[in-house]
Write a protein that binds this ligand. Structure first.
Ligand code: G4P
Ligand code: NA
Ligand code: NA
Length: 192
């Protein structure tokens, strides 16, 4: 998506070979107009997939997921991160380990909001190792829902996330695919 790639080049900040800061338009301050364009792009790409719900992981996925849900005319679901102590019988949960942040958390979903008739589109801001998306998929399976696909704003293509998801048979649609990062360096994957 050209407008997102231009924004990343203009306002993104590559800290090192692993981390891209996008605090001024995605992770802290949010560019609402860009999010709306992103929502329209995902909705257009997945329009024939019979999606019943758009799911994301709190917090940075919420803005683009909401815009996508709005454009598709379906509800958005927020998968919440919880300490295991608050788990109860009405919650499905699964552990997610983050390599980037070197921590882990329980990802949770209420049984009330998803069932076997749901066909769910998962949206997230970053795809790195694919652990968050894989956790979201595990939760949807526990709820007996099916996965329509995975929509990502920024894919770090030099990390294994896409490969892991494709290996399991899922479609990954990423709006910006980064081939290489370095201090002050941002290179996208060449697309034909
Ligand atoms: P993975 O799910 O693909 O395995 O990724 P990982 O656990 O490594 O990522 C953990 C958190 O770090 C996620 O945010 C993810 O969005 C974020 N992240 C990963 N790589 C980058 C990066 O290069 N730049 C930035 N800005 N963030 C990155 P989170 O902990 O779920 O928090 P939130 O932002 O959604 O609240
Ligand atoms: Na995220
Ligand atoms: Na994030």
């Amino acid at each position: 998506m050209e407008v997102l790639k231009e924004k990343i080049l203009k306002d993104g900040n590559a800290l090192d070979e692993n981390i891209l800061k996008v605090d001024s338009f995605i992770n802290h301050q949010v560019d609402a107009s860009l999010m709306q364009q992103i929502g329209n792009e995902f909705a257009n790409h997945f329009k024939d997939y019979k999606i019943t719900k758009v799911a994301t992981i709190e917090s940075s996925g919420i803005a683009p997921a909401l815009m996508t849900a709005q454009a598709l005319g379906v509800p958005m679901l927020i998968l919440k991160k919880a300490p295991s102590s608050i788990l109860n019988d009405n919650l499905l949960h699964t552990e997610v380990v983050s390599f980037t942040k070197k921590n882990s958390y329980e990802l949770t979903l209420s049984k009330k909001f998803v069932n076997e008739n749901d066909h769910v589109l998962i949206i997230d801001d970053f795809l790195a190792n694919g652990e968050a998306a894989t956790g979201a998929i595990r939760l949807m399976r526990k709820a007996h829902a099916t996965i329509a696909g995975i929509g990502i704003l920024i894919e770090k293509s030099f990390q294994p996330g896409r490969g892991k998801l494709e290996e399991q048979g899922f479609e990954v649609y990423s709006l910006a695919r980064i081939a290489k990062l370095g201090k002050g360096i941002i290179e996208f994957v060449e697309e034909s």
